[in-house]
Structure formats: C-alpha cells, structure tokens
Ligand binder design. Sequence first.
Ligand code: DAH
Length: 344
Amino acid sequence: MPGTPERIERLRSEGLAALAAARNESELLDAKGRYFGKKGAISEILKGIGALSAEERKAVGAEANRARAELESVFDERLAAIREQERISREGVERLDVTLPGRREAPGHRHPISQTMADIISVFRRLGFSVQGGPDVEKDYYNFEALNFPPEHPARDMQDTFYIESEAGDLVLRTHTSPIQIRTMEKTRPPVRIIAPGAVYRSDSDITHSPMFHQVEGLAVDTGITMGDLKGLLTEFCRMTFGPGKPLRFRPSYFPFTEPSAEVDIQCVICLGRGCRVCKDSGWLEILGAGMVDPSVFGFVGYDPEEYSGFAFGMGVERIAMLRHGISDIRLFFENDIRFLSQF
Ligand code: DAH
C-alpha cells in the first residue's frame, strides 16, 4: 500500500493508541509488530519508497522515519513502566531508593551487671583500693584450704561447688572471689588494700540465685586495722552506692576465714522493710559477708598475725544491682531479653 503523509499520520496515532492500551509486555510487542517492527506497516512503507517520485520519496521517507522514531521511544518508556509494574506486583515493594537516609543501628550499652560492677570498682578506687584478678577455674587449695576450710569440713557444704574433672582432682569453679585474697597475700607484703571483682559459680538457681553470678572481694591488711575500719568503710560504700540515709545492719555470722564474722544487710528497697517475696519477709537483704581476717589464714601466706591485722568482705554484684534498680528476679539479668536490658 502506498505511503502518503496522511496514512503515516494515521498509523502513527493508531500505533500510539495501541502502545497506550497495551496492558503487558506481549501486548506491547504485538503493537510494535503491527506498526513499526521489522514487518510493521510503517517499515513496509519505507521498503516501498523506491517506487515513489524523488519528491514524494523525500517527504514520505522523512515523515515515516519520524513517526517510527517516536513510536520506538514511546515503546521503550511503556516497556520500562510495564516491567516495573510487574516487579512491584511480584515483590510487593517499591524499588530501593538509595537517596533515602539510612536506618540507624541503635547503639548498644553495657550490661546492667557490668555497669554496677564498674560503679562498685570506682567507689573503692576512690577509697584507695587497687584491683586484682584471679582464675575462674581455681585450685581447691585457694578456694577452700588456704581460706581455712579443712578437707571434709562441713563449711564447704555452704557452697554448692562445681567440681572440674582433672588428674589431681583438685580443681573447682571458684565459688567465691575470696581465693584472690590468698593469691594477693602470697605475692605482696602488707600494707594490702585490694578489691577483686569477678564471676563465681554455684549449683543453685531460684529468684535470688543464679549458677553464675558476680562478687567483689575486698581485703585490707596493715598494722592496727580494726573492725571499726571495716564498718566505716562499708557504711561509706553504701552511702556512695545507694545514697544517704539507707539503713545498714551488721549481723554476727560465721566464715572459716574471718573471726569475728558478720553478714551485712541493707533494708529491702522493694518493700522498704515491710516484707516481701524478695527479702523473704524479713525486710532486709544480705549484700555481703565480712569480718576480720582469721589468724590461721595469715599462717597460710606467711604474715605474722601478731604484727598485722586485716578485714575482708565479699559482696554480691547482682544483689546490689537488684537493689539499685528494684529488680525482683535475678534470672532476668541472664535471659538476654532486649526489652529488659534496654531499660538500663
Ligand atoms: N566468700 C564469702 C561467700 O561467698 C563471702 C565473704 C564473707 C567474703 C566474708 C569475705 C568475708 O571476704 O570476709 O559466701
């Protein structure tokens, strides 16, 4: 069929309408095939152009080429739009917009037990104590014997010990941080003023006990140290940790490595002394054990008990964190529930 400018114009507008009406890729390709593909109407016109006069050839050729170029470009746009539409209905999301601001990672923070531990350490540093460490897997000698727990002594039963299998059979997971007292005194002479923070282990689990928990040990040895120094130090520690006016009480107690020994309680902050599940209706919570270093312990490390005296104490870090934050179940610290941990 001969090409005339009118016919080309008609094919151009029909072609545009067909492209606009196409609902998917194959309808789009169909429109291209009919109007401007290799065998499309406009291409056929261009192929037959040789039969025309020179003048007509020029006008028709230019017209047909322009129409085909326009249809090609609309086709490309429509194809891109249809493919994007299909992708969105397949994936259900808009394409990633790289110009959007990124989502920020929420910064983490220290675990509440680490925070409390760091605060306790900082209080004692300001009071003139330095920090010592020791192994979690400890020799029976340091965990018990040199602390004046003789073999088979019933006081060992106070601590539900995890024993470690070994050839010599003398290894335990330390049940307290007190072995660091012995390790420190073995390698230094008085005056000694140290604290020893760390994890300890006991086979025990309920709302106030966890099989792994933390203690901070303290030890001061010098000439002329008295129980009054111990009371003064612990009272000051409680004031710095819990604020002024929090009642503290010293109860006579027993530990093999101190004589006399005391257990120190702080008023239960959950019930303010009225009695609740956490304080087992006593109104008080034990936060530490303490006492004057037993002369027999000095015997194990070669200190002369006639020349030196000292006090020692060991406190539970979880207990102190529970008191500060009003937490009633120790196990919350170790369940790794981000809703709990992110509150601190
Ligand atoms: N080691 C004891 C325990 O874990 C706590 C303790 C009591 C530590 C008295 C001391 C102390 O240093 O003098 O039960």
